[in-house]
Design a protein around this ligand. Structure first.
Ligand code: DI6
Ligand code: FE
Length: 400
């Protein structure tokens, strides 16, 4: 199949292409679910489908979500607006632990029913790959249930689901006076069982004063490596814990949030090739004032990804297009950087080298938009110009 006469934002800067790897009047050939050839108007073969100049991007990748949960925390939104902080609420047993109580009480069917519309809202904006974390179950059965639901979502829906086990998200109440015991449970029971069942593609942790120390996270990461699983980290979200340095030592795929990242942390990420994942939704909702060190990350050549962090507490942002806008307005990313953050660099943050750009040999995961310029995906709020989605070479949404 040949798609012709499109405005290709390849996100591929080889061939000396300009910003966005843009190819006006571009075409691409799809065979067996892969892109096998691309080119500009000078070499265009007769197309099977005329894109009429519409914008084509790689299918979008949301590389950091907590999409499987039960219950609601809209009450905490009100509490914060009445003066309590996110950390106050967490220490008082709300926050993540409130979602843990609701999630533990939910069946597989409950969780699936709650997650499906969230996933569909992401897909309605051109998402073809999504990462989903556990971390709202914390005990063995509930974590296995949430990860199994995440896997099921990927079977039910035309989207690739990549999972992360986030047992070290919060200390569960039954271990409130036994931190070491909870780490034993993670490292000796839950993680090995998650790995045995093939339920996780990576292991994540939350390194923070209200969560786990670098020493505790180090233990979880060491156990992950022992099982052959890559790691990633919620690092420097509310304070500088040196989490990025720890993540870099463990060759982490990504360090996420990083508002409080230090110059040493930037250098460590650059050295290990770890992707910096920016989560402007959480910054927005927590009314953070500390900006992530974007200029330093750029200067050091650290790849920057952008994700929704979709979750019921700090980032109830069920939209990657909204997130793109927030990355530009709040973090001053250029639209090109933001779009690379949800395509090429998001793929890298997930350790996937078969997607995220429009280039021969990669999966034919494409989003087609009624937009005249790629920056139009970042510019307005509340506008969704998606026209169609092709995933693995098949039309899965809209029409061409
Ligand atoms: N940081 C976050 O932003 C999410 N998890 C984390 O460690 C959200 C947690 C929540 O508020 O439910
Ligand atoms: Fe998160």
């Amino acid at each position: 199949m040949i798609l012709g006469n499109g405005l290709l934002a390849t996100l591929d800067r080889r061939d000396q292409r300009g910003p966005y790897g843009l190819v006006p009047g571009g075409w691409l050939r799809i065979e067996d679910g892969l892109i096998t050839e691309t080119g500009g108007p000078e070499s265009a073969p007769a197309p099977d489908i005329d894109l009429n100049g519409r914008l084509v991007t790689p299918g979008l990748i949301d590389c950091h979500t907590h999409l499987v949960w039960a219950g609601s925390r809209s009450d905490e939104f009100e509490r914060r607006l009445n003066g309590e902080t996110y950390a106050d609420i967490a220490r008082a047993g709300g926050g993540i632990l409130s979602t843990v109580r609701a999630t533990r009480a939910a069946t597989r069917a409950d969780l699936l029913a709650a997650a499906l519309p969230r996933l569909d809202r992401l897909m309605a904006e051109g998402v073809t790959t999504v990462e989903i974390k556990s971390g709202y179950g914390l005990d063995l059965d509930s974590e296995l249930r949430c990860l199994a639901v995440a896997r099921m979502l990927g079977e039910l829906m035309p989207v690739s689901v990549v999972t992360s086990y986030l047992g070290a998200h919060a200390l569960p109440p039954e271990y409130a006076t036994n931190r070491a015991g909870y780490l034993d449970l993670i490292c000796e029971t839950v993680l090995p069982e998650v790995a045995r069942r093939g339920l996780a593609d990576a292991v994540d942790a939350f390194c923070e004063t209200i969560a786990f120390t670098p020493t505790e996270v180090d233990r979880v990461f060491t156990a992950a490596h022992g099982l052959g699983l890559p790691v990633k980290l919620h690092a420097e979200q509310l304070s500088d814990q040196g989490g990025a340095q720890l993540a870099a030592r463990h060759r982490a795929l990504s360090a996420d949030h990083i508002e409080y990242l230090s110059p040493e942390g930037v250098a460590a990420l650059a050295q290990s090739g770890t992707v910096a994942v920016l989560l402007p939704g959480a910054f927005h909702y927590l009314k953070e004032t500390q900006l992530p060190p974007v200029a330093a990350l750029r200067a050091a050549g650290v790849p920057i990804a952008v994700a929704s962090d979709l979750n019921p507490g700090s980032s109830p942002v069920n939209s990657l297009l909204t997130t793109l806008n927030m990355a530009c307005v709040l973090f001053r990313l250029t639209p090109e950087e933001a779009l690379a953050g949800v395509t090429a660099n998001a793929a890298r943050a997930l350790g996937l080298d078969d997607r995220g750009r429009i280039a021969p040999g990669l999966r034919a995961d494409l989003a087609i938009w009624d937009a005249a310029r790629p920056g139009d995906l970042c510019h307005p709020l509340g506008v969704n110009p998606l026209a169609a989605v092709i995933r693995g070479g098949a039309l899965t949404r809209g029409r061409l």
